[in-house]
Design a protein around this ligand. Sequence first.
Ligand code: ADP
Length: 467
Amino acid sequence: MNATIDASLRQRAEQHLRSAPPAGVPPSVGDLQTMVEELHVYEAELQIQNEELIASRAQIEESRKRYFRHFDLAPVGLIRLTSEGLILEANILAAQMLGVNRNLLQKGVRPFLAHVAPDSLGAFKQHLESALASGEMEMCELMLRSNGGTETFMRMQSVVSSGEGETVDFYTTLTDLTERRGIEKELERQKILADAAIASKELFFAMLSHELRTPLTPLLSLVYELSADPGRSLEDQAALAIMRRNLDLEIHLIDDLLDLTRTTSGKLDLHFGVTDLHLSLANAIEICRDDIIAKGLELECEFESVSHFVNADAGRLQQVFWNLIKNAVKFTSAPGRLTITTRSHGDSQVIIEFRDTGLGIAAEPLRHIFDPFFQVDPAVKQSIGGLGLGLAICKSITKAHGGELSASSAGLGTGSTFSVALPVVPSPASPASPASPASPAIRCNGLRLLLIEDHEDTRLVLARLLR
Ligand code: ADP
């Protein structure tokens, strides 16, 4: 609007000059009348301009007040500092944070340094230097001390701006992090306590399982040794088989409980290496071979002709395969079949399937099959044994290998399929064998063996076996 008025005024003034009579010639009455009219118009225009100026000044005043309201009521402390660190301006919150009267702060005589805790002085100076050097918004965290002596942990963000003349000012925000820091410290404390509780639980289970397992080990060795004698009566053999089965079960339960505490706390101690999958499967099958034969089940292995290598803890992976085979054998009766297949899934995965023609699993229990301590039928459990931990542990182990374990069944009487999907790795020049390398034959002639075992019965049985 003002620009339009200025332009028209100028145009008319120029027009007037061009049409004005040469200097020295007195203006005519007509010219004078025109000039008076123009003066009136000009006066009116000035009046309008004046009113507009007054209106925009009021607007500026209003927005200045609004700015100060926002400045004062901002939910963070706002201050303006000179390059020497004197406070030029502070909003209400900043004044409260520093515990000083805001009117005193506004006088620009109070050094901000007076409020920085001694330990944070270095951080504060460094912060201003960084803001000055980068010209960007910089951030630091420091401890401030109010006039009343209260210490608060603050986040400070500053940016430089040109002040009066050659000087620069810092525009700084202060955010009180004391409460957040308190919460963080409390969380940290609780985490330490929780970790300690988990560690002591693990230690407790480790000690307990050691205590429970130790007396069983010599017993089991003796039972195996006694069972190996072919001259025993059928009755004795049957009794020894019962002892062996129950001792085996007991030892596995103890191991499962220990594994469960480790897997749930994510502290399974895994030692990864490139592992030949088919070899690992063959080892697991070998462990179960006697049971498969004893139950009169058929075993079919449909392994893909190419080798698959996975990055695995060989022992743990074998534990998963062994568990799935053992379950299939447990829940399948003759005439029945267990089929183990391997197949590539894309370039990056291999799927191992354990399919049985046994009992099968109904839809509802299938949903909970991997829950710890879950058993489909406690009556079956009574006769077969087990705590319902095997599958939960297998799932955790598979996950720790970057894989997935899933189960499917069309319902009771239809058999079950357990699938393990694992990421494959390129075949190595010479893969690490999952089985321990064949130990060289130990020749004891003329040698003395030193056997160290602190549990006396175990030591006696081992010595007996060695002899
Ligand atoms: P446990 O450690 O006691 O052997 P698992 O976690 O291995 O228990 O298995 C839990 C339950 O899942 C078993 O009690 C059984 O009811 C069911 N289950 C597991 N595998 C099979 C299978 N192949 N066929 C039918 N049921 C199965």
